[in-house]
Write a protein that binds this ligand. Structure first.
Ligand SMILES: Nc1ncnc2c1ncn2[C@@H]1O[C@H](COP(=O)(O)OP(=O)(O)O)[C@@H](O)[C@H]1O
Ligand SMILES: [Mg+2]
Length: 299
């Protein structure tokens, strides 16, 4: 059996496997991926080894390829994470997705690169920090009375702000992070966000993710829910065009998150190439597809 590493972190690992004992609210998603992947990998002669990405390099001996898995605390220590990926690659381990792609994808300015390549992106202002005045300016630029302020380096809607003209933050408010400002798009609560899961460039399955009533964030931590979505050819084509626009060779896995514009076209919200949750429950073929793609890469 060839060993395949699944990188996890102290808050997604079960305690028995070295976790801290305090699992994240969405650690069940880690469990669902492991449950789907383990048997599918075994069928391809692959032994799935779940391991904390912070484990010493010696602990990775004998592993042929690592998936970035559920290393969901990487934004807290991005330099250490990227350094570990480089070290794994230097030790001859195939890192999926590769460190240069991860580095590019870790800052949301990659969306500008995709836009330059013709991808339809959400209108965005890029700022070093944001004050109440800056928020008001964005509302004028976008001709809207609600905006979303996000970190350029962030995930899981962490630190994100929804600001409306009627309740502007007070004058001394300061969003002290490199920021991106976007118009709030009401489609998020109506149609929701569409997530397209690709394995080796092939579309595997598509989800429609909706926020809980009264919220606008689709993440499970905020009560969001998801269902299988049958994409139209145009929708699948729009998502595939994003994968094709990546300035790297085809990634082993990709999740393209999209939101509908008022004219009906899909805009890319994020290209998740680091450690996306891949929704195995909604894609029963995901495990076998991933196992086959890995077997091809290591043969
Ligand atoms: N412009 C927007 N309009 C409406 N909802 C948004 C917008 N941007 C983000 N959201 C909501 O916030 C969530 C998190 O934003 P996202 O850009 O996906 O960052 P991340 O997932 O990396 O935190 C989205 O899944 C969506 O529910
Ligand atoms: Mg997202």
């Amino acid at each position: 059996m060839t060993k395949i590493g699944f990188l996890a972190c102290e808050t997604t690992l079960p305690e028995a496997l070295g976790g801290s004992g305090e699992r994240r609210g969405d650690a069940f998603e880690h469990d669902l991926m492991i449950a789907a992947f383990e048997p599918a990998f075994a069928a391809q002669g692959l032994d799935l080894c779940v391991i904390d990405w912070e484990a010493p390099i010696e602990a990775f001996e004998g592993i042929a390829l690592v998936l970035l898995g559920s290393s969901w605390n990487y934004q807290d220590k991005p330099e250490a994470f990227l350094g570990k990926l480089d070290a794994l690659a230097a030790n001859g381990i195939k890192v999926c997705n590769p460190p240069d792609l991860v580095r590019w994808n870790a800052t949301k300015t990659y969306l500008r690169d995709l836009g330059d390549k013709g991808a339809r992106t959400i209108p965005t202002l890029w700022r070093k920090a944001v004050t109440a005045e800056g928020a008001l300016e964005a509302m004028e630029v976008f001709d809207t009375d609600r905006i979303v302020v996000k970190r350029q380096i962030g995930a899981g809607a962490l630190g994100q702000e929804l600001i409306s003209k009627g309740s502007l933050p007070d004058a001394n408010w300061n969003f002290a992070h490199a920021a991106m400002l976007q118009p709030f798009l009401p489609a998020i609560a109506e149609e929701g966000e569409l997530s397209f899961v690709f394995i080796d460039g092939e579309l595997s399955h598509v989800l429609r993710k909706l926020p809980a009533k009264g919220d606008y964030r689709i993440q499970s931590l905020y009560g969001g829910s998801e269902e299988v979505h049958q994409p139209t050819a145009a929708e699948a084509g729009a998502a595939a065009a994003i994968v094709a626009a990546l300035p790297f060779s085809t990634p082993l896995y990709a999740r393209i998150d999209m939101l509908r514009a008022e004219d009906g076209a899909l805009m890319v919200m994020e290209a998740e190439l680091i450690e996306p949750y891949l929704y195995p429950e909604q894609g029963p073929e995901l495990g076998p597809r991933l196992a086959q793609a890995i077997a091809k890469r290591i043969s």
